[in-house]
Design a protein around this ligand. Structure first.
Ligand code: UD1
Ligand code: CA
Length: 481
């Protein structure tokens, strides 16, 4: 990708460094920490999305622990990074955050402003970073800070002046802080915006003479002060935006925070949620007006809900288009991965229905309890209300498909299609051995195993004839010996 050149008067280009080399011991997981997921997406991907919102020119990811896996995950992704060039740089061994950013130096053009982010801090809003970048003004060192009543563990923002509320003088890491410094409640979030050329000069001066024998990125603050460069603390009051993930508990906390944000966005758009604390959206959920969603529903991938659609409790819906006025009753499972699923206008689905990839249901279709539909098209008004399977089928308008009936679409080697023309009535417990066509308006008697196509309008029955023997004497129990 070509690199934009900064010209006088223009805001400099933004390059992002994402630190992601740390171990994440407390996750107790084989998966590298930054590949754990929030809302179905790796933490690192959330950070990349933020970089995309910033219209970053370049993103440099510092990898270390699990580098191969992290780099493979980045290479696989076809989403946000399409907008910027991306480079992975290894940090091995990991000698601290300053050492991490030192590894990125050769990859960073001198003319940009560098925004330093962490791969395990997923929920920073682009708007916040725009403010931070504005505070940098292409020449200052801008630090994102936060007031915390419980600041233990964090780097403290040391300010000048008799009331310690003047210009920023330094960041002191918790382990290096004096008792007095530990009383400071303004902390460094781990996020900064800094002109690349300055950053490079300061990084070259870092040492590891500190409590942790690490190269601290935060030490550049004192170099900036010494060089007469203005250090700006941009303070926010939303801890979620700078919260890192170090443990499964923190991962779950951020998941809830993220889901609640999404729930509020949906409600602001007019969606009625029975309980904003009980919905999970792992992807993009697009809703028209007057949609209502009951508790404990999970939406994954790309889902759209048409005007007036109603989703019952406990539904899992992935990669599907639900058209206007459709009603999805509770405990319905819809997964359109690959071929997609469409539920037509005014259709009634469930409870306990299962729609698999390629289920294309027309308007006013009814799919009832324990009915599975896969790779099948059902035309307007077709019904399969109980305990049935439709796989690789084309079903005409107004077809009534009886309880317990199945398409035997798989012969053990190949799949075959079943065509059921308009107005056919399939009785209960039928086996339709594909490939075959049931002619329009025909009837299949209950319990039939149909192996050949049937004529339009015909009644087809394929089962043992009923035999009745009059006055049948049932066996009786023998007397005990
Ligand atoms: C750092 C800051 C601290 C701040 C805190 C906010 C330093 C020295 N301290 O603390 O002031 O309050 O963040 O959370 O910067 N990483 C690497 N390579 C390394 C070390 C770390 O890539 O050698 C990565 C980690 O994977 C993580 C990020 O850098 O994503 C921050 O590291 P972490 O150990 O969490 O930060 P602290 O040093 O605790
Ligand atoms: Ca740490």
């Amino acid at each position: 990708m070509d690199q934009k050149q900064s010209t006088p008067g223009q805001t400099p280009p933004i390059d992002v460094v994402i630190m992601a080399a740390g171990k994440g011991t407390r996750m107790k997981s084989r998966l590298p920490k930054v590949l754990h997921r929030i809302a179905g997406r790796p933490l690192l991907q959330h950070v990349m999305d933020t970089a995309a919102h910033l219209q970053a020119r370049k993103v440099v990811v510092i990898t270390g622990h699990g580098a191969t896996e992290v780099e493979a995950a980045i290479a696989l992704n076809t989403g946000a990074e399409a907008h910027f060039s991306i480079e992975c740089v290894r940090q091995d061994p990991q000698l601290g955050t300053g050492h991490a950013v030192q590894q990125a130096v050769p990859a960073l053009p001198d003319d940009g402003v560098v925004v330093v982010l962490s791969g395990d801090v997923p929920l920073t809003q682009a708007d916040t970073l725009f403010h931070l970048i504005a505070a940098c003004e292409g020449q200052n060192l801008a630090l994102l800070t936060l007031e915390l009543s419980e600041p233990t563990g964090y780097g403290r923002i040391v300010r000048a002046g008799p009331n310690a509320d003047g210009a920023v003088q330094a960041i002191v890491e918790h382990k290096d802080a004096s008792l007095a410094e530990r009383q400071i409640t303004e902390i460094y979030s781990g996020i900064m915006a800094v002109p690349a050329a300055q950053l490079k000069r300061w990084l070259a001066r870092l040492d590891n003479n500190n409590a942790q024998k690490e190269y601290y990125l935060t030490d550049i603050v004192k170099f900036a002060v010494a060089d007469g460069v203005k250090v700006v603390g941009y303070k926010i009051d939303d801890p979620v935006q700078v919260a890192g993930v170090n443990s499964p508990v923190q991962l779950a906390e951020l998941e809830r925070a993220f889901q609640l944000q999404q729930a509020h966005r949906l409600m602001e758009a007019g969606v009625r949620l029975a309980d904003p604390a009980r919905i999970d959206v792992r992807g993009d959920l697009l809703c028209a007006h007057d949609v209502s969603i009951d508790i404990n529903c999970i939406f994954s991938g790309q889902v759209s809900l048409g005007e007036g659609a109603s989703i019952g409790a406990h539904c899992c819906i992935a990669n599907a288009v639900i058209e206007a006025g459709a009603v999805i009753h509770p405990f319905t499972h819809i997964d359109g991965e690959g071929l997609g699923v469409t539920v037509g206008a005014g259709a009634l689905i469930g409870p306990f229905a299962r729609l698999r990839p390629g289920a294309q249901l027309g308007a006013e279709v009814h799919i009832g309890n324990f009915v599975e539909v896969k790779n099948s098209t059902l035309a307007k008004g077709a019904k399969a209300n109980h305990l049935a399977y439709l796989g690789d089928a084309t079903v005409g308008e107004r077809v009534n498909y009886g309880a317990g009936s199945i398409t035997a679409n798989y012969d053990g080697a190949n799949k075959h299609r079943t065509v059921i023309e308009a107005d056919v009535h399939v009785g209960s417990n039928c086996v339709l051995v594909a490939p075959l066509t049931l002619g329009a308006g025909g009837t299949v008697g209950g319990g039939s195993t149909i192996t050949k196509s049937t004529e339009p309008g015909a009644l087809s029955v394929a089962r043992g004839k009923q035999v009745s023997i009059a006055n049948w004497n049932r066996p009786v129990k023998k007397p005990k010996a």
